[in-house]
Design a protein around this ligand. Structure first.
Ligand code: FES
Length: 160
């Protein structure tokens, strides 16, 4: 989905423009401007990357390079609930692949994608830092641990 600079998205682009003007002369402005852009839009589609590049006088490929290098940046619009299933070693050996598969089946969505109703985004993530609870997933800020595939329908139902 694209964001219209002159339509509904205008207020957001204006807000980003103001921040770019504030930061433009600072060294290393690209990271904070991209973080701000993600805070404003929730993700960094091409039109937002282009706007940042034009605003700071850098190339689009420079912006794209940073956006894809750092995992904090999200390039696609996210669902209302973002699910992250840990695929780190401890979780993997305790069956996180089966958790991920069950979620994909339950939500009828591929890993890395968002359901058509915009409710859920399903991601596979690195270690979430709570390996003692393996296998672990997060939905938004909430952590779910020691999961079995049969836990999934009940948990998902709470967020529908
Ligand atoms: S490996 Fe899953 S939380 Fe660390």
């Amino acid at each position: 989905m694209s964001i219209d600079r002159n339509g509904k998205g205008k207020a957001k682009f204006d807000q980003l423009q103001a921040f770019i003007e504030e930061m433009r002369l600072e060294p290393g402005a690209l990271m904070p401007v991209m973080q701000k852009a993600q805070e404003i839009f929730g993700y960094l589609p091409e039109e937002v990357q282009r706007f940042v590049a034009e605003g700071l006088g850098v190339t689009l490929s420079e912006v794209y390079g940073v956006a894809t290098f750092y995992s904090q940046f999200v390039l696609e619009e996210q669902g209302e609930h973002v699910i992250g299933v840990c695929m780190g070693t401890a979780c993997y050996v305790k069956g996180s692949q089966a958790i991920l598969d069950r979620l994909a089946g339950e939500l009828k969505v591929e890993v890395g994608k968002t359901t058509p109703d915009g409710k859920f985004t399903l991601n596979a993530t690195r270690c979430l830092g709570c390996c003692g609870l393996a296998p672990v997933m997060m939905i938004g800020d909430e952590v779910f641990g020691r999961l079995t595939p049969d836990d999934i329908p009940g948990i998902v139902a709470k967020f529908r």
